[in-house]
Design a protein around this ligand. Structure first.
Ligand code: T4K
Length: 403
């Protein structure tokens, strides 16, 4: 427990946590379960590409999402790249996408020879603003909309579908954060032409590395399977190019174990989220980004906006102080992609044109959750944040002197 500002690690005091706390989940299955499922892989001597565990996982995911097709791929980035090809988006076409997202959403477009058309996001929900999409659709060369269900918060799927249909273009979703979440009670995975999930180690559902593409369009699914590899295809539909987004049996094994734990992990995350909210409820200048009321949510990310004027310290100052205590909170996703190379130089028209994105990039931070946390650790993190607020003036002065 810190009593003086000099107790803070950033000013030379003892570090609060001996082991680092990550924002990502890193939910690890018990060793015995891990060994049992992996021994089957070794005895079968079948290691990758449409193996029995991959096939089982795909069926289980189709059940979870209640979707016709779940196609497991190497990771979500590869999934997005294959998606662009499977959707038949012509090279050089422009795709409406938020700049307030992880680099992969935008870079996958570039890999597929497409041009991002950056749109601003809604200040409350952090997902694509339907108004800015409507305006962007007036620009020439738009061939698709790529929405991102950021923090698992769903995009305005009905309105985006309507806008896309009016213009005869595709709409698809980066659902990397949204596994298990619902929109009007229906699982994410069923919206747009297709949706892409991430199963990275830091996600609540993990296959170590991995992802999947979901769609209710069987022909599109077939193109995705054929793009992924020559194995596992059901029909011989033509595809422009191989993508080699294969999924290994080791990934599938971890995914199957993660699926067994999924409901419990969502419930655990919900409790973690609730405790942070309860403990920080009276701290001025902090706003939690909440899932939509009445929908199922995986509570994967604990996301806060910091209002410096009310809290007394900037988001960056808070992050710096917490990181020195081994609380590796993150400033996802700062800076916005419109301010990152190569886009800031190749597409300079967007640099000053996304005020909400810039505003959020200066205020948003994430706190650790998942199995690594417990109530005591969350209380310690919250006590520190409260301490930073109560001593904000002094801390701000000392941080200035350090520079
Ligand atoms: N779209 C969106 C909206 C996304 O957020 C992402 C990825 C994607 C698409 C693409 O999905 P993938 O192609 O990755 O499936 C992390 C994750 O790598 C990435 O999956 C995630 N989103 C992004 C928000 O965060 P990094 O570069 O910060 O992660 P990494 O691997 O450095 O891990 C963070 C920290 O966690 C490390 O410093 C150490 C710790 N860690 C990590 C791993 C992998 C562990 O303790 N154990 C581990 O096994 O991007």
């Amino acid at each position: 427990m810190k009593r003086l500002t000099s107790d803070l690690a950033v000013f030379g005091g003892p570090v609060e946590f001996a082991d680092v706390l990550h924002v990502g989940q890193i939910n690890i299955p018990e060793k015995e379960r891990f060994e049992a499922i992996f021994s089957g892989i070794f005895s079968r001597r079948y290691y990758t590409n449409h193996g029995p565990l991959q096939q089982e996982l795909e069926v289980r995911l189709e059940d979870l999402f209640r979707v016709r097709n779940a196609i497991a791929v190497t990771n979500a980035t590869i999934g997005l790249m294959l998606a662009c090809k499977a959707l038949g988006l012509r090279e050089g076409g422009r795709v409406i996408v938020p700049a307030f997202t992880f680099a992969a959403s935008v870079q996958a477009l570039s890999w597929a020879g497409l041009m991002p058309l950056f749109c601003d996001v809604d200040p409350d929900t952090h997902v694509l603003s339907v108004e800015s999409v409507r305006a962007a659709l007036e620009e020439p060369g738009v061939c698709a909309i790529l929405g991102v269900h950021l923090w698992g918060t769903p995009c305005g799927v009905e309105e985006l579908r309507r806008l896309a249909d009016e213009r005869g273009i595709k709409v698809f979703y980066d659902a990397a954060h949204a596994i298990g979440n619902t929109i009007n009670g229906l699982s994410v995975g069923n919206f747009g032409d297709l949706e892409v999930f991430s199963f990275h180690a830091t996600k609540i559902f993990s296959s170590g590395e991995g992802g999947c593409v979901t769609t209710n369009d069987d022909e599109l699914a077939e193109r995705l399977r054929n793009l992924r590899s020559s194995y596992g295809r059901r029909m011989d539909v033509p595809v422009p190019i191989g993508g080699y987004g294969r999924f290994s049996e080791a990934q599938a094994a971890l995914g199957l174990l993660s699926l067994e734990d999924f409901a419990a992990n969502c419930e655990m995350n919900g409790r973690r989220f609730g405790r942070y909210r309860e403990r920080l409820a009276d701290v001025p200048g902090l706003r939690f980004i909440l899932p939509p009321a009445g929908e199922r949510s995986n509570s994967q990310y604990v996301v806060l906006e910091v209002d410096e004027a009310l809290f007394g310290l900037s988001r960056d100052a808070i992050v710096k102080c917490l990181q020195r205590e081994n609380i590796l909170c993150r400033r996802y996703f700062t800076p916005g992609m419109h301010r990152c190379l190569p886009y800031s130089s190749e597409l300079p028209q967007y640099v000053e044109s996304l005020p909400v994105t810039d505003f959020l990039c200066s205020r948003v931070m994430q706190l650790p959750s998942g199995q690594q946390m417990d109530d005591n650790k969350i209380d310690a993190v919250c006590d520190l944040i409260i301490f930073l607020h109560e001593n904000a003036e002094n801390i701000a002065g000392r941080l200035c002197e350090q520079q």
